[in-house]
Structure formats: C-alpha cells, structure tokens
Ligand binder design. Structure first.
Ligand SMILES: [Fe+2]
Length: 281
C-alpha cells in the first residue's frame, strides 16, 4: 500500500512538473520574444526538462558578483560562533537578528541558510522576477526563493564564521534530494569552480532511465547499499546509462546553473583554495 501511494504521489507530481514545463515552453514559443531574459528562461526550462541541469555562462557580470561577495562578507562579519558552534549576532542588542535556521557546518565548509532574512540587499536580489518566474514554472509556486551561502575552503584564507579546512564534504555521498518530486535549485558562482579547484557538484544526467522513472525497489535498494558506489555499480544498477552521463557542474564567477537535485548527485572534494556559491532555493 505504501508503495502504491508512493507511486501515485510520484507520478502525479511528475505529471504536473512536465505539464507546467510543456505549457510554458508553448507560451514562450508564441509570446516569449528574444530578450536576454526570455532566451535564458527558455534555455533553463528546456534543458532542465532534457538533462536535469542547465548552465548559463556570464549570467551576472563581475562587478555584480563582487557586490554580492561584499554584501555576504559584510553581513556575516556581524556574526560569531557561540559555544555550540552556532552563529549569533555580535551585537547583543540585535539578538533578534540571530541566524536561527538549520545551518550546516563541517571543517572548512559552511552552508548558511535564509540570508535574505538578514540582508535587505540580498532580499531584494532574491525577489528578482527572473528567479520568481523560474520558480513558478519549475516548482509550481510563485514566490521569491531562499538564498544559501555555501563556502568551501582549504583554510589558506580567513572567512567570517569558517573554521578548519575542508576534508569530507556536506552531501559528499551520492544521494537524491527527493524520491518523489523534482527539486529545483539554482547556483550563482561567486568564484571559479573547476577540476583544479574541486568542490563542485556532480550530477547524473537525465536519460531514458532517469531516476524519477525508476521503480521504488531500486530507490530502496540504493538507500540500503553503501553510498560510495562506483561508476560501474551505478551503471549495473540502472542508475546511470553510461559513464558520460556523470556531469561535473563546473562554473566560472558570474555563471548561473540550475539543476534538478532529484537526480543522483554529490558534492566532490575541494582540492585547493576556496570557492563560494550562492544557492537559490
Ligand atoms: Fe543534495
């Protein structure tokens, strides 16, 4: 019974997801226009449908990214870690502004959530209509996304709230963010992320065997197995068609990536330096 409910919920959500996408592609084709805005919107929607990820190089210019970096450094410098390693406002009279949500910390890695709640500038950024339209099409809800600051560092530089150097990663094992619905996230690259730096996300590209269409047994088996699964195992268990479908989500400062993290993915190890991302979620 549980499996039947799961399959109904999954297929219903899947159906709505593709119906919305196809409807908006239809609308964009007849009314979209050729502006930068509509071109990129169409690219994101089409490629998320086809591959489960989309990369737009130079979506933001360098000056804009530098301003985002300045703003995040400025707001985070107002916080310190308390005895439980939790960020609290340095100004005790401003405790009301404490970061309260489920932040994630590991040596050399921090993921700070809901930044739009503590910065007017970032709140304004998250309310950009482009992100809201992407949300409407791909998530089925109109509203501004939440912003997550994600820093990885080898400890060679100092950053507000960061301790130690990155070794094992948050979400470093192969996983899916949801078994029954598409999970759409954007990544704004505040720094270059490539093979040399490491610390990128790796995703299994959609194919005819995409994860969302797998039956419940495969999900269940996968979760019970060792998560450090090899390429060969991924192929054997039907989770990946061929090795080329494993895609590293590299990016340069200013790029924008969207991905559907209901596809199998993981964060890779940082090799050197540091990298900062702003997740749009
Ligand atoms: Fe994830």
């Amino acid at each position: 019974m549980k499996n039947i409910n799961f399959l109904i919920a999954k297929n219903y959500k899947n159906f709505l997801f593709y119906s919305r996408i196809n409807f908006f592609i239809f609308l964009l084709n007849i009314r979209g226009g050729s502006s930068y805005y509509f071109k990129n919107l169409k690219k994101i929607v089409t490629e998320i449908k086809k591959n489960g990820y989309c990369r737009i190089p130079n979506f933001f210019n360098q000056r804009f990214i530098d301003n985002l970096i300045d703003e995040t450094n400025y707001i985070l410098s107002k916080y310190e870690l308390n005895e439980n390693n939790y960020p609290v406002s340095k100004d005790k009279s401003e405790r009301i502004n404490d970061l309260k949500k489920n932040h994630e910390f590991k040596p050399g890695e921090i993921k700070l959530k809901f930044l739009e709640g503590i910065s007017k500038n970032l709140d304004f950024f998250s309310k950009n209509s482009f992100f809201q339209i992407v949300n409407l099409i791909l998530k089925g809800k109109y509203g501004s996304p939440s912003l997550i600051y994600h820093l990885l560092s080898d400890g060679s530089q100092t950053f507000p709230l960061l301790k130690g150097k990155s070794q094992s990663r948050i979400s470093g094992d192969w996983h899916i963010d949801s078994k029954h619905e598409h999970v759409i996230k954007g990544i704004v690259f505040l720094d270059d992320v490539n093979e040399t730096t490491g610390g990128y996300t790796e995703i299994i590209k959609n194919s005819k065997n995409r994860l969302m269409k797998k039956n419940f047994d495969i999900h269940k088996r996968f979760h019970e197995e060792d998560k450090s699964i090899s390429d060969e195992d991924l192929i054997k268990s039907g989770l990946m068609d061929k090795a080329e479908y494993k895609v590293p989500l590299y990016g340069k400062k200013g790029d924008l990536i969207y991905l559907d993290s209901s596809n199998l993915h993981r964060g890779t190890k940082l090799h050197k330096g540091y990298r900062r991302l702003l997740w749009i979620y």
